[in-house]
Design a protein around this ligand. Structure first.
Ligand code: G1P
Length: 290
């Protein structure tokens, strides 16, 4: 079994109920951070982390994701005719980003069940999982931070960040022991605990490195929090058989699948843009926020 993480899985079949009505007929993964769809932001993160092949787990109403990463013949033709070379290169570049395949999760039965759809894609080697609505703005790409830990320990890795107060119950939460700065060995984990029952303030963020033994573990996992088959529960079972690590991410995480989180991420990304940042900053300063 190769030790290199070459493959990544993107669960993208969720119904996006937190972002209705925008997500009624369009995938939440296509919501743009300024002008770039969330799914492209995280695919670029994967590629920057060394990933060579991607599986996107889609569902009904998700065709725009496939179209986005395909060649857009008419648009390219038009941009060529109008000599818009830069735009042409950008549009063509998206379809050449890396190898992407698709499979359907026929029912939205939970994150664990979505990941199970990747068992034929990566039956024998460890793989990355990225949740596109967790946007991590960091110096070193978030997935690369996990891969570095995987290459050292050879066991599954989850991303974690500290979350203060009752908001912790919106996450999977780990109980863990720090083995080197920002790297933890996980003792236990629980999906969306009540605030009083959370074992720590270390929340699981949507980046994982998993090994193929997760697939039988998912198959044996019963419905958990929210009546869904949870990846946290499957990893918890696996903990009885092998170590599992967590890496505290350097960077800022935005929940772009949530309306407020999305607004914050949009403002932060817009302010950093060379072409928009200054004007946008001036506009924000001019607002009367009293
Ligand atoms: C999922 C995971 C949860 C994790 C979270 C990170 O939950 O089940 O463990 O903390 O992503 O965003 P979801 O937000 O899909 O309910």
């Amino acid at each position: 079994m190769t030790n290199k993480i070459r493959k990544a899985v993107f669960p993208a079949a969720g119904l996006g109920t937190r972002f209705l009505p925008a997500t009624k007929a369009s995938p939440k993964e296509m919501l743009p951070l300024v002008d770039k769809p969330l799914i492209q932001v995280s695919v670029e993160e994967a590629v920057a982390s060394g990933i060579e092949s991607i599986l996107i787990v889609t569902g009904r109403e998700k065709a725009p994701i496939e179209n986005h990463f395909d060649i857009s013949f008419e648009l390219e033709q038009l941009l060529k005719e109008r000599k818009k070379d830069e735009l042409f290169d950008m549009v063509r570049g998206i379809s050449e980003i890396t190898r992407i395949s698709y499979t359907r999760q026929k029912q939205a039965l939970g994150l664990g069940h979505a990941i199970l759809q990747a068992s034929d894609f990566t039956p024998n080697e460890a793989f990355a999982v990225l949740l596109a609505d967790d946007v991590v703005d960091s110096e070193v790409p978030a997935m690369k931070q996990l891969i570095d830990v995987y290459e050292k320990y050879g066991d599954p890795v989850v991303a974690t960040m500290q979350v203060e107060g009752p908001a912790i119950s919106r996450f999977g939460v780990i109980d863990a022991e720090e083995v080197e700065p920002n790297v933890f060995r996980v003792r236990d984990m629980v999906e969306k605990p009540a605030f009083e029952e959370a074992p720590s303030d270390l929340a699981i963020i949507g980046r994982y490195i998993l090994t193929p033994d997760i697939f039988p573990a998912i198959e044996n996992t019963k419905k958990g929090a929210g009546g869904e088959i949870q990846i946290t529960d499957a990893m918890r079972d696996l903990l009885e058989e092998r170590p599992l690590y967590a890496v505290k991410l350097e960077g800022t995480r935005h929940d772009a699948g949530d309306k407020l989180g999305f607004l914050i991420a949009t403002v932060e990304f817009a302010l950093k843009r060379d072409d928009l940042g200054n004007e946008f900053r001036e506009y924000l300063r001019s607002l009367d926020l009293s």
